[in-house]
Design a protein around this ligand. Structure first.
Ligand SMILES: NC(=O)c1ccc[n+]([C@@H]2O[C@H](COP(=O)([O-])OP(=O)(O)OC[C@H]3O[C@@H](n4cnc5c(N)ncnc54)[C@H](O)[C@@H]3O)[C@@H](O)[C@H]2O)c1
Length: 433
């Protein structure tokens, strides 16, 4: 059954639908267009679909020019579900958040229901959203079968391929990051590999969708746990008056058996605060057991914004200033360097807590359009010496490349540095995480 699809892929005659045009889906749409496929980018947010149709990107890693070039190649961004008719390959890249602390697969369910009526014999559906093992076969497979009247495996192909893109990373992108693929049978695997081969340089086939689902959760849990380890170490080291950053750098000289992670003000984004909880939820639901590493990492990482606030208050106190009425300049609202992604950002949690304590907050965030942050916060898109001089304390929360830390060190009355960016002489008072 896969032969016909394989030949369509080879001739670039396969019609591709990418469901969800966010960080993951829009990049997949661009690469699929460049590989020569005709692509429908299905997006429920009509504003987003309209922006793309007008040649404008809302994702930093995708330029307006790329969108315009894709439109010329036949890219159709749309919120019209009927345009999914006749697809050969559908890739689902919709959000998988936690709602009230529990995995929320409603977007995968509605994407599956949107695709199912248009599913035809021999077509391929690939899920890319991060989720717990079993979602592809048990949840998506069943939705597709009941909505189409077709049978998974004998009538259509199904696979799971987690996305690993790292927005803002200048070295690794979709094309040069190895991509894991796990499918429900060999035909589905061969079709999925053939499709991704057209724009990804290295593929990693695994035996089942569940292995691929678990591999993705392992990667993010590994990161989450190791960040929690250095965060907890940073809190103890500061109490012990030992420079944790220097100790980490020294440990990182070991050429084997150590991987460097650095402390920070907490974890943010769509991945680390969310994905490990998908795994612990499933372990608890199916096995009745607690995934203790994940619980502990959540506790430590969620505590970090509080810890930063306490340390900032102590720094202000040392200088005779009450937090109530103090002027705090926070560098960066995004959770991640050189992006405007403020989802679950610890910077904003810190800002919020200080605001509730009566501080006057200004956040400098160059990657977020003016007016898009909480209006209770002052928001500047450029950092200058006047703002730094005026603040009672500057909190370095996000390490954006364009921030001039020398200027900050030379002008600030006090700095709290959560990213170890201030080196050398400091004009005012100084504390590091
Ligand atoms: N952002 C990352 O760096 C990253 C990396 C690896 C994996 N992931 C995973 O990929 C998935 C997508 O993440 P993202 O960052 O691209 O999310 P996103 O929020 O940037 O984009 C998702 C898009 O899907 C749209 N959408 C929601 N429901 C839809 C539906 N039923 N039909 C069509 N469109 C729908 C939303 O409007 C949004 O534009 C998540 O599971 C995430 O965990 C994200």
């Amino acid at each position: 059954m896969a032969m016909e699809l394989l030949s369509k892929i080879e001739q670039r005659a396969a019609r591709v639908a990418i469901i969800g045009q966010g960080y993951v889906g829009l990049v997949a749409s661009m690469r699929s267009c460049e590989a020569g496929f005709v692509v429908v980018g299905f997006e429920i947010d009509e504003f987003r679909a309209g922006e793309l149709a007008a040649g404008r990107s809302y994702i930093e890693d995708v330029s307006d020019d790329e969108v315009k070039a894709a439109l010329k190649r036949g890219f159709t961004p749309t919120s019209d579900v009927t345009l999914l008719a006749g697809f050969d390959i559908a890739v689902i890249s919709v959000p998988t958040p936690l709602t009230e602390g529990l995995p929320d697969l409603s977007a995968i369910e509605s994407a599956g229901m949107a695709i199912a009526p248009h599913l035809s014999q021999g077509a391929l559906v690939i899920l890319e959203s991060t989720t717990y093992p079993g979602t592809t076969t048990e949840l998506l497979g069943e939705i597709l079968e009941s909505g189409s009247g077709l049978s998974v495996g004998s009538d259509f192909h199904l696979s799971y391929s987690p996305e690993r893109i790292d927005p803002g990373n200048p070295d690794f992108s979709l094309d040069n990051t190895p991509k894991i693929v796990g499918a429900i049978d060999d035909d589905s695997l061969q079709a999925s590999l053939a499709f991704f081969e057209t724009f990804v340089s290295q593929l990693v086939p695994v035996s089942t969708p569940a292995v691929a689902e678990l591999a993705k959760l392992l990667e993010n849990t590994f990161r989450h746990v190791n960040i929690a380890l250095v965060n907890e170490l940073a809190m103890f080291a500061s109490a012990l008056e030992i420079d944790v950053w220097e100790a980490i750098d020294a440990a990182a000289t070991k050429p084997f058996g150590f991987m460097k992670f650095t402390p920070g003000p907490g974890v943010g984004g769509h991945c680390l605060p969310v994905d490990p909880s998908y795994l612990s939820w499933q372990v608890e639901r199916q096995l009745g057991q607690q995934f203790r590493f994940i619980d502990l990492a959540n506790t430590v990482n969620r505590h970090m914004p509080d810890h930063v606030v306490q340390r900032v208050m102590l720094l202000l106190n040392r200088n005779g200033i009450a937090v109530n009425g103090s002027r705090v300049l926070i560098l960066g609202a995004a959770y991640k360097k050189d992006t405007g992604d403020v989802r679950e950002s610890p910077s904003l949690e810190i800002a919020d807590r200080l605001l509730n304590l009566g501080a006057k907050i200004t956040v400098v965030e160059p990657f977020v359009e003016a007016g898009r942050l909480d209006p209770a916060l002052g928001h500047e898109v450029r950092l200058d010496a006047a703002q730094v001089k005026e603040a009672d304390v500057v909190v370095i929360a996000t390490d954006h490349s364009q921030f001039d830390y020398k200027m900050v060190a030379a002008n600030a009355k006090a700095v709290f540095d959560t990213r170890n960016k201030i080196v050398g002489e400091v004009f005012g008072d100084f504390e590091r995480l």
